[in-house]
Design a binder for this molecule. Sequence first.
Ligand code: FAD
Length: 323
Amino acid sequence: MSVLVYVENAEGKFKKSIFEAVSYAKSVAAQLDTSLIAISIGNVAQDELAKLAKYGANKTLNVNTEQLKTFVNQAYASVIAEAAKKENAEVVVLSNSFSGKGLAPRIGVKLEAAVISGAIELPDTTGGQFKVKRSAFSNKAFATVEATSKVKVISLTPNAYQVIEKAGEGNIEDFNAPVDQQDLKAVIKEVVRATDKVSLPDAELVVSAGRGLKGPENWGMIEELASLLGAATACSKPVSDADWRPHSEHVGQTGIAISPNLYIAIGISGAIQHLAGVSSSKVIVVINKDPEAPFFKVADYGIVGDAFEIVPKLIEAVKSLKA
Ligand code: FAD
């Protein structure tokens, strides 16, 4: 028996959410008193793969074939399922990323496994049961799901589990799972980056603004603060509806749900539909001129004042810290 974790790479590197998934999978392996195997697909350098041992991977299966250089949902799911069978894995862990959301159910079907998506806590395995807490309806509710199948697939919500370093060692093995041509009907030929900015769903820091900014011409200071912090930019729904900002930045119930380490909300009232997509952020900072704005109720830090005075001061403060 083992636990298998799929470690997805972004241009040959692992993001923090992947080290979270490895740390989580290691804790599950410890609960089940078994070892942790990682599987990487694509072109990842040996020194990057070697980092996985630091977070508890006892062994890493490296699938680096020409056919699987770019992400192909069906083919990746087949290879991960094959690895799970080879390693006799009873739990398969993935990050609940864009690709993880597509892979988890496919792997689940191939392994006849229960799939628990969006897990936010370690499983409760007392008395041989297997129950996992997950979030539902944009974090407005939580469900504890009991899996009774032999194999379980868990996709872990980013930022829900901490990265834990272990002093372990692990080896790296090539794994050449056969690829079925049927699985390669749609392949990515080329990836063209639309922007060099930090991508919102993966961002650890987010600077977000709302209708309090009055118009699109005032977003220069938001962009500047975000760029100084290495943060992604986001906005409320009315802002993207009015075309002040692209729809890809709209967060909330009807937009993207994010859970960064830091969410700075500027000139956003904090309507329930907005909070639905951002309230699981680790730290929330709110800047609003109305002391009664609902956002202050969920803020860790609040600044009551005019964004047009406060944001430039923040920019100067960050610049002086960096100088
Ligand atoms: P406003 O409500 O107009 O608030 C602006 C805020 O800026 C106010 O609090 C004001 O005090 C403050 N302000 C004004 N001037 C300044 C200044 N100079 N300095 C500092 N603060 C200032 N909304 C979302 O965001 N995401 C969603 O996914 C979403 N989905 C929805 C789904 C449904 C079905 C419905 C009905 C609504 C949805 N909404 C969503 C809309 C939501 O209800 C709110 O209307 C919206 O979030 C308000 O956006 P806002 O806070 O930017 O604007």
